[in-house]
Design a protein around this ligand. Structure first.
Ligand code: SF4
Ligand code: SF4
Length: 297
């Protein structure tokens, strides 16, 4: 059932009504519509880990090459949680994947492109283990699909038509990691720069993460049997799922991957001075940031 949310005072194109999967939208997008490609000329596309895997495979390149050529970094929150967006052409908001015929990577287009003009809002109440999903509409002047008529669908039908379920399923644990950080707020505090570095690598640079897991130190610290190791080496998606388990361990101390306790203790002893110096530098940097910006989270 649609539910009113407070009107956004900033003249946003977001329609201030929360929708469920049973609610309907009147929207038709087709080749030949007067605004064809207009959305891709105003692109502001945030990418998820599964988007990167699909696109880098489609383009036949490594994730590292894809990041360099096609993305720009941004901070997802006031703590500096790293995210990426699609790069656009020469400082214009025109997507690099757009051609006159439409999207050049259509069958592998990112989740945000599939959803448009529907937005997904996942929320988690503080200390709640469950996420709540809501949807909303985006109505922008350049998009005439809302007035094209002749097609009414439920949000569930629209999602099925656009193939978003596969993307949502693949990215679910990743969103949960982000939501948990947001809902925990200051009780967890700002993750370290090293945690953010690992988050970026696992989330977006899966080929670099593969090299990281292959390094001999990783298998000394984490217990991985040969079958599991072969499976994650063979397949980006399986590696991504493993990476998300690893991130839960790094961010929240969840023991999702068994560790070799002796090796962990030895490594800590060898590096405790470095860890202490790094911690002090991060505390000082965080204090400096708070002094300048306050707590915006
Ligand atoms: S990836 Fe494709 S659908 Fe998405 S903005 Fe770019 S051209 Fe448009
Ligand atoms: S109707 Fe909207 S989504 Fe479709 S091409 Fe036009 S601007 Fe893009």
């Amino acid at each position: 059932m649609a539910k009113e949310v407070p009107v956004n005072p900033f003249n946003s194109p977001l329609v201030p009504i929360l929708l469920s999967e049973k609610d309907t939208l009147d929207f038709r997008c087709y080749k030949g519509i007067s605004c064809y490609n207009a959305c891709c000329k105003q692109a502001d596309i945030t990418l998820s880990p599964y988007d990167v895997i699909r696109l880098k495979k489609r383009l036949g390149m490594t994730s590292t090459e894809f990041l360099k050529q096609y993305t720009v970094p941004f901070e997802m929150d006031a703590h500096g949680m790293p995210g990426i967006k699609m790069k656009t052409q020469n400082d214009q908001p025109v997507c690099l994947m757009m051609s006159e015929e439409g999207c050049s990577v259509y069958t592998d287009r990112p989740s945000a492109c599939r959803y448009y003009p529907v937005g997904l809002m996942a929320m988690r109440a503080q200390n709640s283990p469950d996420d709540q999903k809501h949807y909303f509409l985006v109505k922008e002047d350049h998009c005439h699909g809302h007035d094209a008529g002749g097609k009414t669908q439920t949000i569930a039908e629209y999602r099925a038509e656009q193939g978003v379920a596969e993307y949502d399923d693949a990215n679910r644990e990743w969103y949960q990691i982000i939501l948990k950080k947001r809902s925990s707020g200051m009780t967890v505090g700002a993750p370290s720069a090293t945690s953010f570095h690992l988050f970026f690598m696992v989330s977006f640079d899966i080929d670099r993460f593969r090299e990281f897991v292959t390094a001999s130190n990783f298998r000394k610290l984490y217990v991985l049997d040969d079958n599991e190791f072969d499976a994650i080496m063979d397949d980006d998606y399986t590696l991504m799922r493993f990476g998300l388990r690893f991130l839960k361990q790094v961010f929240y101390g969840e023991m999702t991957i068994p560790t070799n306790k002796e090796a962990v203790t030895k490594r800590f002893e060898e590096r405790k001075d470095i860890f202490a110096a790094r911690h002090q530098a991060e505390v000082a940097a965080e204090k400096d940031k708070d002094d300048r910006y306050g707590d915006l989270d």
